[in-house]
Design a protein around this ligand. Structure first.
Ligand code: SF4
Ligand code: SF4
Ligand code: SF4
Length: 249
């Protein structure tokens, strides 16, 4: 008699989270850089490798320090005032009448919380704003103001920011980073295609005299060198991303 049992597919074994992963999961993900690192993930990595202390995140506040201290089995220490103070949640507000549509704030926002197009007014999507205030300094007409959410006696630190908001901000930042890489790649490809076209045009130029031929060779050498530099850069970036993905495993 035939057996009716169907063998189950193998269950994939997921890598266990690294210390940096577990630290990152405790960070508020506003991506504000106040810890001294370009985003929450590099700060998590710095704590994990011992090059940063666990009291440098003002958005997490004192409760954030306590969470990290518990994970790291270290004493709870005060938030480092050099990194900023614990405060209520902030929200960016754009004075739309003054906005000149330069898009600089969009480029600065780590979670894509600003919408607008070139030469048109910009606006902040309140629910997506992490209050990082990174959009304020680049604005050439000072039309972005940070306001406090919650009024007098507003909650601060993790009491003003939920885990769900942190998870969403992290996902948006991941998407933002992927988008920037993709846009850079598209721009590099556009430039490479332009250089290849230019090379073709130079090669097609008639060069009858020795001087013209020398000039043609010179131009071709310049363009070929630029193409080679771009190729090497692309190769290096590909190797770095392979290394990053291996490190993340
Ligand atoms: S929330 Fe800001 S200060 Fe805290 S870890 Fe993230 S980037 Fe650093
Ligand atoms: S809108 Fe401004 S304050 Fe809000 S998340 Fe973006 S950069 Fe930060
Ligand atoms: S940086 Fe300022 S002026 Fe430029 S688009 Fe943003 S809000 Fe408008």
């Amino acid at each position: 008699m035939l057996s009716s049992s169907i063998s189950s597919p193998p269950v994939p074994v997921l890598p266990s989270p690294s210390l940096a992963d577990r630290i990152e999961a405790l960070l508020p993900q506003t991506q504000c850089t106040k810890c001294g690192y370009p985003a929450c993930r590099p700060y998590a990595e710095a704590i994990a490798d011992g090059s940063a202390s666990y009291n440098q995140c003002p958005p997490g506040g004192q409760q954030g320090v306590a969470r990290l201290a518990q994970l790291l089995q270290q004493p709870v220490i005060p938030l480092n005032p050099a990194n900023g103070v614990e405060r209520p949640r902030q929200l960016a507000v754009i004075d739309e009448a003054a906005c000149i549509g330069c898009t600089l704030c969009i480029q600065a926002c780590p979670v894509d919380a600003i919408v607008g197009a070139a030469k048109q007014m910009h606006t902040v999507i309140n629910d997506l704003c992490t209050g990082c205030d990174l959009c304020v300094p680049p604005c050439p007409v000072d039309c972005i103001t940070m306001i406090e959410v919650g009024g007098a006696n507003a909650a601060t630190g993790w009491d003003a920011w939920t885990q769900q908001q942190a998870d969403e901000a992290r996902a948006r930042h991941d998407f933002h980073v992927i988008r920037l890489v993709r846009e850079k790649q598209e721009n590099d490809d556009r430039l490479a295609a332009k250089a290849a076209e230019k090379l073709k045009a130079v090669a097609a130029e008639s060069a009858a005299t020795p001087e013209q031929q020398a000039e043609q060779l010179r131009k071709k050498a310049i363009i070929q060198a630029a193409i080679e530099r771009a190729r090497l850069k692309k190769e290096q970036q590909a190797q770095e991303s392979i290394k990053d993905s291996k490190d993340a495993q």
